[in-house]
Design a protein around this ligand. Structure first.
Ligand code: UT7
Length: 315
């Protein structure tokens, strides 16, 4: 497939590190040096589905396609207020999309998992035009008393429109299932035969172990994909890496030995927006006119699961 439209939407409210230091035992200095984050957008009076619809509408507008042209709508999302219907149905009710649709929960690499699904449907001859939207509100997952997690995240939505083409040069997905590294639970309704004992447990994360997984998954995943695709790293114009921690990105730059100017970064004013991170970055770079036809772009993302994935796309 080929990307012909991108869009993104961010909440209005911006929370700076200094604002967090007002109620948490933390500092701008700690957050900046350990993560590269200076501020993040947090949903307050907006609705997550409205951000999703805005991102989809912008991507559709850029693509020149209308909702009736779309054959499949895939939404990547970890958490939203509804357990049913799916967030894809909620966003479709706002945008007018009426094609088959579903949600996936692959955490931060959700955009790459969704790209793989879109490409597979396309190669099976079932679809011509696909919309992917990654719509995330991780600010409602971490406890705001937990300085080790809540400082990391920002909310937002990113979307792409894909059509027929042979621009996806390779995708590689990876899983190292391990519930213990990043998890969160919410209560289920009790019934007469089963009582839910755990209650709500906000996001728990073993930060250092996830850090190691992230660097390893990203460097190996990208190297393996480049080797398998017969593409040299020096031919890659842009590396779009999941914006989880600037130190993770710097470790990948060191390992790959490519100029840091080829790694666009927006973590300083977005934080980690889970699967929305890659498509938001893509849209921002696209709207700045950074890409030219023929540019090779690598995507790489990692997160809860533990899942990771990498993709190479020709612009
Ligand atoms: O997209 C999902 C995937 N998630 C990630 O990619 C996250 C990966 N992990 C990380 O980015 C880093 O591990 C963190 C940013 C989460 C933590 O950085 P770290 O350098 O690994 O710090 P640490 O967890 O080893 O903690 C070092 C110290 C601890 O204090 P002690 O035990 O040494 O006294 C923490 O309690 O820093 C403390 N600390 C903080 N101090 C000030 C933890 N959070 C904070 C904070 N402000 N916000």
């Amino acid at each position: 497939m080929k990307i012909i439209g991108t869009g993104s939407a961010l909440p209005k409210k911006i929370i700076t590190n200094e604002m967090l230091a007002g109620f948490l035992d933390t500092s701008d200095e700690w957050i900046t040096t350990r993560t590269g984050i200076k501020s993040r957008h947090i949903i307050t009076d907006e609705k997550l589905e409205d951000l999703g619809a805005e991102a989809v509408n912008k991507a559709l507008e850029m693509s020149g396609l209308g909702v009736s042209d779309i054959d499949l709508f895939i939404v990547s999302n970890v958490l939203n207020g509804y357990d049913t219907p799916s967030l894809s149905c909620i966003v479709a009710a706002k945008t007018g999309l009426k094609c088959p649709m579903f949600d996936i929960n692959c955490a931060c690499p959700g955009f790459i998992y969704a790209l793989d699904m879109a490409e597979s449907y396309y190669k099976a001859g079932k679809v011509k035009n696909v919309v992917i939207a990654c719509i995330e509100e991780p600010s409602r997952m971490a406890s705001w008393d937990d300085r080790a997690t809540c400082i990391l995240f920002g909310d937002g939505a990113g979307a792409v429109v894909l059509t027929e083409g042979d621009n996806i040069k390779g995708i590689k997905l990876n899983a190292e299932p391990d519930v213990d590294k990043i998890w969160m639970t919410r209560p289920l309704i009790d019934n007469p035969y089963a009582i839910w004992k755990e209650g709500l447990v906000p996001m728990q994360m073993k930060g250092r172990e996830v850090f190691r997984f992230a660097v390893n998954a990203c460097t190996k995943g990208v190297k393996n994909l480049l080797d398998e695709s017969g593409i040299d790293k020096d031919d890659i114009s842009w590396f779009m890496v999941h914006q989880a921690n600037k130190r993770i990105i710097d470790s990948i730059i060191d390992f790959m030995k490519v100029p840091s100017s080829r790694f666009p970064v927006n973590i300083h004013d977005h934080g980690n927006s889970s699967s929305a991170s890659c498509p938001i970055l893509l849209d921002e770079c696209n709207r700045k006119g950074m890409f030219k036809e023929g540019d090779l772009i690598v995507f790489s993302a990692f997160g809860a699961g533990l899942l990771s994935g990498a993709a190479i796309l020709e612009w």
